[in-house]
Design a protein around this ligand. Structure first.
Ligand SMILES: C[S@@+](CC[C@H](N)C(=O)[O-])C[C@H]1O[C@@H](n2cnc3c(N)ncnc32)[C@H](O)[C@@H]1O
Length: 275
């Protein structure tokens, strides 16, 4: 898992430097679907450009002033900045990410908010106390994990009884083996996805109740095909069997069915209070 996380982290450092390579990047308006215009107005253009989300995890939330929100894989901090507006001066927002380059951006973007705290760490082994947060949010991160059950277990561990999880994430079905083997396709949020029912089963197994899909956002198949086919030749070029153009056109046809089987889901669950 360590190597896998290092590869994903490397891809996100590259994405910051070279421009985006995620399923959610360059998808036009789709990238910010779920955010209200008022949310978008709260943050700078730069923060929006540095975002790699696939929904708005805080939509449908009832975060109250004074509460604690934890963002798994916070990236450059868009959702941290929106969460801090909700918890107010007496609340707390914590962002965890494994990537130092992302954390450096988040540190700069959140510098005016002393109650936003950033921690370096992995979602499969969170640097967070047990029973300590009211909300766990996450935006397009859990699909990247090779050990999703540990991530679900960690969510259950850190939530206070009665606390809630709200994540936006890419889910999917019938992903072909070639896409699952490509590190680049995985890092583009497409290769490592699980189905909605696997997601809900994993949450239940972690002890979280009332798992539910609240909303779905579908992508244009052409956009996903082009993003995945951009990423995949790094893997397929090892075959050395045909020219790149031919490979690209064969691949674009091949990924079309993959694209139709991937979407963004807004998923919730909660840690039940013991009687
Ligand atoms: C698709 S980006 C989303 C970033 C941010 N949530 C947003 O909406 O802009 C994925 C982020 O998750 C982080 N990440 C991926 N896997 C992780 C893991 N296992 N533990 C901690 N962070 C992880 C990456 O470093 C990256 O910043």
């Amino acid at each position: 898992m360590k190597n896998h996380n290092q590869n994903v982290s490397h891809e996100y450092s590259k994405a910051i430097i070279e421009g985006a390579n995620s399923i959610v990047a360059n998808t036009g308006k789709g990238k910010f679907a779920g955010y209200e215009a008022a949310d978008i107005d709260l943050v700078s253009e730069e923060v929006l450009e540095q975002s790699f989300g696939c929904g708005n995890p805080l939509a449908f939330s009832a975060v109250q002033p004074g509460q604690t929100v934890l963002d798994l894989g916070c990236g450059a901090g868009l959702d941290l900045l929106l969460a801090v507006e909700k918890v107010g001066a007496n609340g707390r927002v914590i962002g965890v990410d494994m990537n130092d380059d992302m954390l450096a951006l988040a540190k700069r973007n959140c510098q005016d908010h002393p109650n936003i705290e950033l921690r370096q760490g992995v979602i499969e082994n969170l640097p967070i106390d047990s029973d300590s947060v009211d909300w766990v949010i996450s935006n397009c991160v859990i699909n990247l994990s090779e050990d999703k059950q540990s991530a679900f277990d960690e969510i259950a561990r850190v939530l206070k009884p009665g606390g809630k999880m709200l994540v936006s994430d890419i889910v999917g079905e019938n992903i072909p083996a070639w896409a699952r083997y490509s590190g680049a396709v995985k890092a583009a949020c497409a290769g490592g996805v699980i189905s909605e029912s696997q997601y809900l089963d994993g949450l239940a197994q972690a002890g979280l109740a009332n798992g539910e899909v609240l909303a779905r956002q579908f992508y244009d198949a052409n956009q996903i095909a082009s993003i995945v086919s951009d990423a995949a030749p790094k893997f397929l070029s090892k075959l050395k069997c045909c020219g790149k153009n031919l490979l690209q056109s064969v691949l674009t046809k091949a990924v079309r069915p993959v694209a139709q089987n991937i979407w963004s889901a807004k998923i919730t669950a909660r840690l039940v209070e013991q009687p």
